[in-house]
Design a protein around this ligand. Sequence first.
Ligand code: NAD
Ligand code: TYD
Length: 349
Amino acid sequence: MKKIIVTGGAGFIGSHVVRRMVNTYLDYEIINLDKLTYAGNLENLKDIEGRPNYRFVKGDIVDAEFINKLFEEERPDGIIHLAAESHVDRSISDPSAFVMTNVIGTVNLLNAARSTWEGAYDQHRFYHVSTDEVYGALGAEGFFTEETSYDPHSPYSASKASSDHFVRAYGDTYGLDIVISNCSNNYGSHHFPEKLIPLAINNIKHRRPIPIYGKGENVRDWLWVEDHARAIDLIYHQATSGATYNIGGHNEWTNIDLIQLLCRVMDQKLGRSEGESAKLITYVTDRAGHDLRYAIDSSKLQKDLGWKPSITFEEGLEKTVDWFLENEEWLERVTSGQYLDYYKQQYKG
Ligand code: NAD
Ligand code: TYD
């Protein structure tokens, strides 16, 4: 029996990881530890709520006492750590929240793992889920590899870089079994509508302006969230201790080309005439310190663990649009804030 704590399991990527682990490993015990910030939504996991191998624990990784107690009581075999403040624009307006959760929260988890697993580090695993944004920005050429030097520019990426360094330091200094993966931009179902793709889907649906920062020339490498969850599963189970893996879709789009494609898909799905949604595109003031281009070389993961993306971007984007249009209630409850009441009703908390 394997007991795994997944932190941030009520968020976008975390909910896909939790669902995958609960559905795949019936003999495991998956504990979803989440503070339920504005980005945490237990409605993302309604479909697996009653499963015998799944449990939700509400808690803050910044609270060291709580985390130590949880580790002592549960004595998990491993942790897959996704809980984070994740939105670059929020990190520009409030950097401190990112230091607290992403840096202090990660160190609290490392300390709890270190003391609970002492004497048996080789039988436990600490997996930190990180981002390609720690590598900084690329020009027109080249890719981020696992050897690329860290060069974060936003408070968000600086906090993730810092937490990556702490995770490696605990591996090197105390001998904890650690693994880290750095992934490119994800997209898919249950994506919180503050990020580019779900925000644009929501605005197109309601015929509101689609804000494009600067000239729309920044490039992101988009990966289907379920392919990320599958990579996390593989890496957690098969990576050697201390390993780092880059995860990405080999799928680069300028923001403006991506939004043009999304507008075409939405026109079709909503029965609008071609070009109607694209009229909503509105150029707005650029993000401060906006990284020009991210692109991942994921050949190590492909070669070592046989992973590759399972669908094309066109397929994934269509599936994503379909999901958002079929789950209007989810989107409405998230945008109106009603989803925040779900925990109280469900868990009488
Ligand atoms: P998200 O913002 O959708 O979810 C974050 C989750 O963490 C939420 O459920 C939130 O309630 C929880 N959380 C936040 N602070 C917490 C705290 N102090 N204690 C406990 N729980 C807390 O984020 P996401 O997009 O799903 O990203 C998950 C992880 O993957 C993050 O570590 C992020 O850096 C990384 N990542 C994200 C992307 C992406 O494209 N979204 C790409 C690469 C890596
Ligand atoms: P985002 O989804 O916030 O992810 P990240 O900043 O982590 O890459 O943004 C993706 C790209 O889209 C990024 O280049 C910023 C840009 N963007 C816009 O042009 N308009 C928007 O309203 C948002 C949220 C993002």
